[in-house]
Design a protein around this ligand. Structure first.
Ligand code: PEP
Length: 252
């Protein structure tokens, strides 16, 4: 059986100034300095990347972007490319977050281009998928999630996908305080792994790390992370506080 190193990533969304970034990350760095069995990442807003890179230099915390354009350079006002992110010290990118799909019209085709560009540039793509409350109640969870996966990945070959991370984030659990039960989350994670196996082969599926996201907190993290197919967490609200993110890391 393949060992999958748990990966915990904090998504700060549109929060924190540069000075707040420095304070929070200095505290986080100290709180997790002894951890080597968990991969840790932080996705600050773009304005804080330089400060975050400085504070995290030489630490066990990686720098992630919350979004990325698929091109290397060009006339794309407001966008940031993979080479620019690499230059800023970024190693991971959250792609296709439900907030980007909902508020900025990101489609599976666009997200597919971003995943491909991330992989080509050596950035670890964290591909987010998940269903709404209405879709879950209509029994559409599996078709929505597998549709998002095939939309974003079907043009890629298994060999290209070594570093891919998938984040299962039920939209009804994001920022709401509602969490999928460990059993509900495990059920979808297992379906995701089986589907990736069919799409890209058993080796990719076995190696694939699948994060859970949706109101992960210090008090529910251990139970979620104990599930067989849950290999980490994508953490929004609770990642803004160094103590709670560190507690989640230690739970993993
Ligand atoms: C997220 O935005 O990816 C997320 C999981 O947020 P929260 O932890 O606040 O639900």
């Amino acid at each position: 059986m393949v060992e999958r190193k748990p990966i915990i990533v904090g998504n700060w969304k549109m929060y924190k100034t540069i000075s707040e970034t420095r304070t929070t990350l200095s505290a986080l760095r100290a709180a997790v300095q002894d951890v080597d069995s968990v991969e840790i990442g932080i996705a600050p807003p773009f304005t804080s990347l330089a400060a975050a890179a400085e504070v995290l230099s030489g630490s066990n915390i990686s720098l992630a972007a919350q979004n990325m354009h698929y091109g290397d350079a060009g006339a794309f006002t407001g966008e940031v490319s993979a080479p620019m992110l690499l230059d800023a010290g970024v190693t991971h990118a959250i792609l296709g977050h439900s907030e980007r799909r909902e508020y900025f019209g990101e489609t599976d085709d666009l997200i597919a281009s971003k995943v491909k560009a991330a992989l080509e540039n050596g950035i670890v793509p964290i591909l987010c998928v998940g269903e709404t409350q209405v879709q879950r109640e209509a029994d559409e969870t599996v078709s929505v999630v597998t549709g998002q996966l095939s939309g974003a990945l079907s043009e890629l070959r298994g060999a290209d996908l070594g570093t891919l991370v998938v984040a299962y984030e039920p939209i009804w659990a994001i920022g709401t305080g509602l969490t999928a039960t460990p059993e509900q989350a495990q059920q979808v994670h297992e379906i995701i792994r089986d589907f990736i196996g069919d799409l890209l082969g058993g080796v990719v599926a076995e190696r694939l790390r699948i994060q859970y996201g949706g109101s992960v907190k210090p008090d529910n993290a251990a139970e979620l992370l104990a599930q067989l197919d849950i290999d980490g967490a994508l953490v929004g609200g609770a990642s803004l506080d160094s103590e709670s993110l560190s507690a989640i890391v230690h739970a993993a």
